[in-house]
Design a protein around this ligand. Structure first.
Ligand code: XMP
Length: 503
């Protein structure tokens, strides 16, 4: 495996992804001890970028000992500067910061740049730079404003790049990762099938005869998590489906129908009133997320007390949930209900999240390996807080009904028209009311926003171009059939700068 030491950069999740694309297992850790690093026994270490400056007192630096483990180390951006700093080089603010696409010139034919074009475009984002390389290092690449855009110590297999090979804009990035994997001597035998087998074995080992509760929403992530656990602990697993009253139209009944066919201990809890009560009067998105996150846990705790002696709660948390909830020193974008939305005290011995390091498309692949049917594996994602984050402002029973009905029409028409490849699409209820005219009278009603995005990892997304004829049928039906709505808007924004959900 390759270990990624996380220093809080925006693109860190992509580093793990690039390594895994080479069929090499990779884990990301923040502020990890040397003891843990030794236990992980990595074949290579990558130090990520991050917003800090190595010369500031409180900045997080890699432990010196990693350079004595005898494994190759690759530093990226801040990671490159941290390597230079720790090994005796000099890092200072650059006279000219570089942001965005920059031409990089390779000046030395070295293993990290094997097969890489001498000149290519790379993505830069830095204000500090390496002014002098530590002893034993040679300069291997430069840019117009950065004389040490890459350096390496060939004898020790230490590599540093100021640019970001993990982002798609760095044309030769994939080759650089492939070269690093070769330098580390990794076998390239990590596949989803081996992830599934290894994870089941690890879960068996950890849980033994313990009892496990799995938070099942019927979505891809929790279904795959449940399938893994079911293979690991069999009947010691109970799946709990909480209907928080913020589900899509008919969804609760559909989930019950699908899962009652599996040989599982399955419990449905009706908690609509309870969630609505807690959310009354709340308008702030992060508050809503935290209330919903906490209430889920309280329901699971109650079920667990009824069953008795439950040690573990399983959640289908995936990597983007972790990243966007603010991992290590990264910014909090939104508190995903199962990560940043968790209360401080959770009455389980441990929360188990077997998919925590996977991206959505990898989770789907794992689901296929586990033999889950395509209609589950290919379900579009639905967030844990449900319609709660698709109703802007206060949540009321009336608003839930409006967004459920509008969303059902949208889904029906998309399916009728056979629009393919949409990663996620839904209706949201804006808090905006506007004047309209219906029949011969004035209306002052809500606007529904429609969203549809194309993406595979859900970290970035573009707005889908739904055919106009389909949109106009949907708009027409919504204003005619859903009481309280007189306007329908289509969201054309990509992520970033927007996000997929509205809150
Ligand atoms: P955003 O809105 O962050 O969404 O661009 C990215 C993906 O994550 C889903 N999402 C969530 N899923 N709990 C979840 O289980 C959450 O709290 C949550 N918030 C967003 C969203 O639907 C999209 O697929």
């Amino acid at each position: 495996m390759i270990l990624v030491l996380d220093f809080g950069g925006q693109y860190n999740q992509l580093i793990a992804r690039r390594v895994r694309e080479n069929n090499v297992y990779c884990e990301v850790h923040t502020a990890v001890s040397m003891e843990k690093i030794r236990e992980l026994n990595p074949e290579g270490i990558i130090l990520t970028g991050g917003p800090q400056s190595v010369y500031k007192e409180d900045s997080l630096l890699p432990p010196m000992e990693i350079f004595n483990l005898g494994v190759p180390v690759l530093g990226i951006c801040y990671g490159a500067q941290a390597m230079a700093h720790v090994l005796g080089g000099e890092v200072k603010p650059a006279q000219v910061s570089e942001y965005g696409k920059t031409e990089v010139e390779v000046v030395s034919e070295v293993k990290l740049f094997a097969g890489v074009n001498k000149k290519s475009v790379a993505w830069m984002s830095h204000t500090d730079r390496i002014f002098s390389a530590p002893e034993g290092f040679i300069k291997t690449a430069l840019t117009k404003n950065c004389p040490i855009a890459a350096m390496e110590n060939p004898a020790k297999n230490f590599y540093a790049v100021q640019f970001h090979p993990e982002v798609v804009h760095t044309v030769e990035g994939a080759k650089i990762f492939s070269n690093f994997v070769n330098i580390c001597g990794c076998k390239r035998d990590w596949k989803m099938s081996s992830f599934v087998v290894d994870t089941i074995a690890k879960l068996k080992n950890k849980i033994g005869d313990g009892k496990v509760l799995c938070a099942l929403s019927g979505g891809v992530d929790s279904s795959v998590a449940a399938a893994l656990l079911s293979k690991a602990v069999g009947k010691n697993l109970t799946c709990v489906f909480v209907d928080h009253g913020l589900l899509r139209k008919n969804e609760a009944a559909e989930v019950v129908e699908v899962f009652s066919k599996f040989d599982l201990n399955f419990i449905k809890v009706d908690a609509g009133e309870r969630f609505l009560g807690k959310l009354r009067g709340v308008v702030e998105p992060e508050r809503k997320r935290k209330i919903i996150g906490e209430e889920f846990i309280r329901v699971f705790e109650e079920v667990s007390k009824k069953i008795g002696a439950v040690d573990y709660l399983v959640q289908g948390t995936i990597y983007p949930d972790v990243i966007e909830s603010g991992l290590g020193k990264s910014a909090v974008i939104k508190s995903h209900h199962n990560v940043g939305g968790l209360p401080d005290f959770v009455d389980f011995k441990e929360i188990v999240e077997p998919l925590r390091l996977l991206f959505k498309d990898e989770v789907r692949q794992a689901g296929r390996e586990l033999g889950l049917p395509e209609n589950i594996v290919n379900r579009q994602p639905f967030p844990g807080p449900g319609l709660g984050i698709r109703i802007i402002g206060e949540i009321t029973a009336e608003k839930i009904k409006i967004v459920q009905d509008a969303d059902a029409i949208y889904r029906e028409e998309i399916s009728k028209a056979g629009v393919k490849n949409l990663a996620q699409y839904f209706a949201a209820l804006t808090n905006m009311r506007s004047v309209g005219v219906m029949g011969d009278g004035r209306t002052y009603d809500y606007a529904i926003a429609l969203r549809a995005v194309l993406t595979s990892d859900f970290m970035t997304a573009e707005a889908a171009q739904i055919p106009w004829e389909v949109l106009s049928v949907v708009a027409n039906r919504i204003v005619n059939e859903v009481k309280g709505v007189n306007r329908v808007l289509y969201d054309c924004t990509s992520k970033p700068p927007a996000t997929i959900e509205f809150e």
